[in-house]
Write a protein that binds this ligand. Structure first.
Ligand code: ATP
Ligand code: MG
Length: 438
């Protein structure tokens, strides 16, 4: 049932195996299965079954009723109802198709799933989209994901209702938002040939069209009509942001960084149309919004740092020695992510040309440094703080760390200096110079 049947009929890859039946959890657990079965959620009656190393989920047909305010768990769950009842708790008709495991027959209890699949349209399981969205605000995001990943159109009444009820997204719990945003931002990974428009771009355009995106990221409201310099950009700031996300490689941190990279522009724009400092403002917004969406501290920080760096050496004028120091400072992983973000930013501007060469330069510099074995952190240095204290008689204190950091920077451009003798030699005059100043 669900995505498995839908995808099989569409000839798309299955993402997971979901089985639904009238059998109660206890009955399934008592079956002599040639594998393992265990309970995942008692209230919902879901089980995890592993047969021949293949993991699947079993759900007993259930009815759900919701209280006021979408975004909460169902107020009442009734396990062991008919397939027709089970179909009604699902969101979209094409997600409510079932297959009889024995006969292979496709069952369509809502009576609209097969027709909608054929017409390639997203409609709710019941004729009243208002009710389906009201029960669970997450469906606003799911709608955008399926719109992107399946390449279907959305029924007009459903779009209208989503626009009307966009505010429901704010009732949804953080973890569910983060989980679904991740699915949206990576919805092209398995579904890359469903339409001519990039699946992620489609999904984001629907989120914007319904206003759900702006509910989550209010700073985007001012980006809608904000024009950019024609020389570099074909699109408004908002359109540029959405295109950049779709141009970024399918990695969560990169796609999020693309989504936030220019959100600081509306706040930064001055009377002359310049947008100075928008990178720092964007990083601040990312640090504020991402935890609200339920993303971890690590992801938030990774994204914010990339947003803050995204303008670094845009003109490609930095000397190579500076680039090497920057790469050492931020690390290979981030430096390469920065290169990828730069490319996405250029491609997302709508013009064929732009400072992509700077991204290639970042990569070349990083590869060269890696080949040379440049030390990237204090741990990689051939001397330790203890060596400095014992060999050069430097007293313990902050100066030891300062000298070590200077040695590291020295090695960014002269990796051959990373031997015990050379570093000790390099450190002694430094220390002399420092103590002379005092
Ligand atoms: P995918 O192939 O991407 O996994 P899917 O359709 O299987 O898509 P899931 O999120 O795995 O999507 O959910 C499985 C099924 O459970 C859906 O097809 C849908 O019928 C139902 N479902 C899941 N979450 C919801 C929800 N929030 N509201 C209504 N129905 C839902
Ligand atoms: Mg699924």
């Amino acid at each position: 049932m669900g995505g498995g049947v839908r995808n099989a009929l569409l000839g798309l890859p299955a993402t997971d195996l979901d089985i639904a039946s009238a059998a109660l959890p206890g009955e399934v657990l008592a079956l002599p299965l040639p594998g393992t079965a265990k309970e995942i959620n008692r209230r919902l009656g879901t089980l995890e079954i592993t047969l021949d190393g293949v993991r699947m989920e079993h759900t007993t047909f259930r009815r759900e009723s919701y209280g006021p305010g979408g975004g909460h768990a169902p107020e009442r769950v009734e396990i062991g109802v008919s397939m027709e009842e089970d179909a009604r708790r699902r969101d979209f008709s094409v997600n409510a198709l079932y297959m009889d495991v024995l006969s292979g027959e496709i069952l369509d209890p809502t009576g609209r799933g097969l027709a909608d699949l054929q017409a390639r349209v997203l409609r709710t399981t019941t004729p009243d989209p208002a009710e389906i969205l009201r029960d669970d605000g997450l469906r606003l995001l799911r709608l955008a994901r399926f719109y992107g990943q399946l390449g279907f159109r959305v029924d007009a009444a459903l779009v209208r209702e989503a626009r009307r009820q966009k505010g429901l997204i704010r009732d949804v719990s953080r973890e569910r938002i983060a989980g679904e945003m991740e699915k949206i931002l990576l919805c092209d990974v398995k579904y890359d040939k469903v339409s001519r428009v990039h699946p992620v771009l489609r999904a984001l355009e629907l989120l914007h069209g319904t206003g759900v995106l702006e509910e989550l990221l209010p700073e985007l409201r001012a980006a809608e009509g904000l024009p950019q310099k024609k020389k570099y950009h074909k699109y408004t700031v908002l359109q540029h942001i959405l295109h950049t996300v779709a141009c970024a490689p399918p990695e969560l941190v990169l796609r999020l960084a693309a989504l936030f990279h220019d959100v600081g522009k509306p706040e930064a724009v001055d009377r002359n149309g310049r947008m100075l400092g928008h990178d720092r403002i964007g990083a601040r917004i990312a640090r504020e919004r991402l935890p609200e969406w339920g993303f971890s501290r690590e992801i938030t920080e990774d994204v914010a740092v990339l947003v803050e760096l995204h303008m670094y050496d845009l003109a490609g004028e930095a000397r190579e020695s500076r680039l090497r120091r920057k790469c050492q400072e931020v690390g290979y992983r981030r430096f390469l992510q920065l290169a990828a973000l730069r490319e996405a930013d250029v491609w997302g501007s709508g013009w064929e040309t732009g400072p992509v060469a700077t991204a290639e330069r970042f990569r070349r510099v990083a590869a060269q440094m890696q080949a040379e074995g440049v030390p990237m952190s204090l741990r990689d240095l051939a001397v330790s703080g203890r060596d400095l204290m014992e060999e050069l008689g430097i007293p313990p204190g902050p100066e030891v760390g300062r000298i070590l950091r200077q040695l590291l920077v020295l090695c960014a451009n002269k990796p051959s200096q990373n031997t015990r003798e050379r570093l000790l030699h390099a450190a002694s005059p430094r220390r002399g110079a420092m103590s002379e100043k005092q």
